[in-house]
Design a protein around this ligand. Structure first.
Ligand code: CMX
Ligand code: CO
Length: 140
């Protein structure tokens, strides 16, 4: 099952400026930064709190690396703001199959590589109450 809110993904135009905003305003610090070329993002993870499944909850700040990426398209349409939410699971393939069985469209036939070697799938926002939703299994 799904055991935590893993992260909220936030689309921004300038990752360094966004990191600075979250540091100045709330005191949150970057735990991890990387480029994920498949997803077309430069990203930073800011740890907010631990969770009772042994994981944690983060803010994921996302800057597009190319104009045809999902985050670039989102910024063109909506400007900066909340892009997606992600639920954590110990078994992303199993969770995707369960959720898919309810009629929700799973956008990835096979899990893809997410932050820090995690495995991720996305669910179609139109089947999730207008919220782009990700399922994530941490690497261990
Ligand atoms: N949240 C809510 N609704 C969204 C959305 C979002 N982030 N992105 C698109 N939509 C809506 C659109 O507004 C559109 O609605 P209307 O038909 O009412 O206008 C509808 O979904 C379909 O839009 P579309 O133009 O057909 O589809 P897009 O080309 O915009 O693609 C999506 C949408 C979700 C399929 C695509 O963004 C995707 O595959 N995302 C998954 C990958 C991703 O987002 N990666 C970046 C994050 C990586 C990470 O978290 O690690
Ligand atoms: Co994400």
């Amino acid at each position: 099952g799904l055991t935590r809110l893993d992260h909220v993904g936030i689309a921004c135009r300038d990752l360094d400026a966004s990191i600075d905003l979250y540091r100045r305003t709330y005191g949150f610090e970057v735990e991890h930064e990387e480029v994920n070329e498949e997803q077309g993002v430069r990203e930073a993870m800011l740890r907010i709190n631990g969770t009772d499944d042994g994981g944690a909850t983060y803010l994921q700040l996302l800057e597009p690396t190319r104009e045809d990426s999902p985050v670039a398209k989102f910024l063109d349409r909506n400007g900066e703001g909340v892009h997606h939410i992600a639920f954590g699971t110990a078994d992303v393939a199993g969770s995707a199959q369960e959720v898919g069985g309810t009629g929700v469209r799973v956008l990835d036939a096979e899990p893809r590589r997410g932050t820090a070697g995690s495995s991720i799938v996305f669910l179609h926002p139109k089947d999730c109450g207008g919220v782009l939703t990700e399922l994530v299994q941490n690497a261990h």
